[in-house]
Write a protein that binds this ligand. Structure first.
Ligand code: NAD
Length: 253
């Protein structure tokens, strides 16, 4: 039977890796992103894998755009088995000076967006008898550097949205989990005109217990796992994928 994955921010970075991993695993993929150039490149690459790909320019914080995206998904694909809420932005700076509009924008994309997309996906999933939703949060939901209030709050909210939705949607056969990535290198997963070769110092690598920085493929594999048949007893959970950084104790010498 046909399987369909919807991926937000699906054209670049971690989202691009997720879109291509689902296509490789046999899903047709509906990607939403605000970058049209990147979206068209993605669709070409999905079709090379022999799957059907659809791209729509969608700002996930805009309700009418999200509604339109899911109308098109329903018309073209007739179902959605997996929704990956991946689109996210960050605005740093001292909280004493950060414009409130920046705080609002981060919350709108990173938290309101997943809520809007999940509502639309859940209506389709309920009709078809189930599905799986994954929110891409961050280890910054659990710990912080200075001057990251908006981003950290949005990701903390996303973890709470995960368990709330898991309880509400469980009776419809819909599972909801989160992934909290640590440092994931995305420079080589941008659109061709922005792509660069990443360079990491030994210090960058060795501060991670696993001895390297994360790759988008690490997160994509976990999304497939969470949406697969082997995780039917798992919902409301947060999978931390950070090379061990959040379990490492640090004392200054
Ligand atoms: N890269 C990391 O180290 C890291 C770590 C933890 C969590 N994350 C999270 O992973 C997700 C992906 O991050 P990334 O590093 O791949 O980012 P990225 O900037 O490389 O890619 C994000 C994609 O989302 C799109 N996008 C931005 N705003 C959008 C909107 N309003 N509507 C639709 N699409 C939009 C962008 O155009 C881009 O294609 C984000 O939620 C981010 O917070 C990333």
């Amino acid at each position: 039977m046909r399987k369909v994955a919807a991926v937000t921010g699906g054209a670049q970075g971690i989202g691009r890796a997720i879109s291509l991993a689902f296509a490789q695993a046999g899903y047709d993929v509906a990607a939403a992103d605000i970058d049209k150039e990147a979206g068209l490149e993605l669709i070409r690459d999905i079709r090379k894998l022999g799957r059907q790909g659809m791209f729509l320019c969608v700002d996930v914080s805009a309700e009418e755009e999200v509604q339109r995206w899911f109308r098109v998904i329903a018309e073209e694909f007739g179902r959605v088995d997996a929704l990956i809420n991946n689109a996210g932005i960050s605005r740093g700076g001292s909280m004493l000076e950060l414009p409130v509009s920046d705080f609002d924008r981060v919350l709108a994309v990173n938290l309101r967006g997943p809520f809007l997309c999940s509502r639309q996906a859940a209506a389709l999933m309920k009709r078809q008898g189930g599905g799986s939703i994954v929110h891409i949060a961050s280890t910054r939901a659990l710990m912080s550097e200075a001057d990251t209030e908006a981003y950290s709050a949005s990701k903390g909210g996303l973890l709470a949205l995960t368990h709330a939705m898991a309880v509400s949607l469980g009776p419809y056969g819909i599972r909801v989990n989160a992934i909290s990535p640590g440092w994931i290198e995305t420079r080589d997963w941008q659109k061709a005109s922005r792509r660069t070769v990443p360079v990491h110092s030994e210090r960058d690598r060795l501060q991670h217990p696993v001895g390297r920085v994360g790759r988008p493929e690490d997160i994509a594999a976990a999304c497939l796992y969470l949406c697969g048949n082997n995780t039917g007893f798992m919902t409301g959970q947060n999978l931390v994928i950070d090379g061990g950084m959040t379990v490492k104790m640090i004392y200054e010498e």
